[in-house]
Write a protein that binds this ligand. Structure first.
Ligand SMILES: Nc1ncnc2c1ncn2[C@@H]1O[C@H](COP(=O)(O)OP(=O)(O)OP(=O)(O)O)[C@@H](O)[C@H]1O
Length: 249
């Protein structure tokens, strides 16, 4: 089997006496959506923070594209193509949709922020920003202030900003949060196609979305992966039903 795009090996992190990550090993392979599910406080955000570089593990390592990146900064990992979307929006609300995408494109180009005023006149940056907006289906909204977008459109814009990085992998923290049924359905359809561009590690509570999208699921409980498998395997796993899914299986 091809090497994984992203992998954790024995990742561990304690907060005082609390073992928030307990020797977590998991892989994200090319073309897949790998969902991480688990009850509140299971350690999902802690795991993402270590993968993306905002939290240093006590032990273990993170590999991205075959390279040990455990000691690298968040920015260095992003520059390699590790794109993260956030649970709460990191967008500039008063800026237009296009300006947000341009900001992403400027960051991806490695040029300093002081070039931003010139970014809108830079054809290459504009192309990259517009292509990303086109890819997520909101190019027609580019002149709107971001604050005027619906919740779902903001999620799409977040993905567009991530796309300007030309990512090799996505790490998504609860993209469905707050979307409602219709919005979740639309975003589910969109993420379904996105996996062809780059694989997605998807932390999500919305089980309809997880069951519709995941090629594999890992279940995290008290910082430990208690099971990894296909949707069918996870749904019938008695340990998982007990610990988390209950009636949702
Ligand atoms: N900086 C911190 N200091 C102390 N404890 C922390 C810190 N960050 C997280 N924790 C604790 O670590 C455990 C795992 O938290 P984490 O936020 O990773 O869980 P989660 O699975 O993402 O939860 P949720 O589904 O509610 O977002 C929790 O018990 C939490 O209270």
């Amino acid at each position: 089997m091809a090497d994984p795009v992203l992998a954790t090996h024995g990742l561990s992190k304690a907060f005082g006496a609390l073992q928030a990550s307990d020797a977590i090993s998991l892989e994200l392979r090319a073309g897949e959506i790998h969902a991480v599910i688990g009850p509140n406080g299971a350690g999902k955000s802690t795991l993402i923070a270590q993968i993306c570089g905002s939290l240093a593990p006590d032990a273990g390592r993170v590999e991205f594209l075959g390279r040990d990146v455990t000691q690298e900064s968040t920015q260095a990992r992003a520059a390699r193509g590790l794109a993260r979307t956030f649970q709460t929006s990191a967008l500039a609300m008063e800026d237009t949709v296009l300006q947000n995408a341009l900001l992403g494109a400027l960051g991806a180009s490695g040029r300093p922020w002081r070039f931003f005023s010139r970014a809108s006149r830079d054809a290459a940056l504009l192309d990259r920003a517009e292509a990303a907006l086109e890819a997520v289906g909101i190019a027609d909204l580019c002149e709107l202030r971001t604050a005027e977008l619906s919740h779902g459109q903001r999620r799409q814009l977040e993905v567009a900003v991530a796309l300007t990085l030309e990512p090799k992998a996505f790490v998504m923290d609860e993209p469905m949060a707050g979307l409602g049924q219709e919005g979740s359905k639309r975003l589910t359809g969109f993420l379904d196609g996105l996996r062809a561009q780059a694989p997605i590690l998807l932390v999500e509570h919305d089980m309809d979305a997880v069951f519709a999208l995941a090629d594999r699921i890992s279940v995290l409980v008290y910082g430990k992966v208690i099971a990894t498998g296909s949707v069918a395997e996870i749904r019938r796993d008695p340990l998982v039903r007990d610990a988390y899914l209950g009636d949702e299986a």
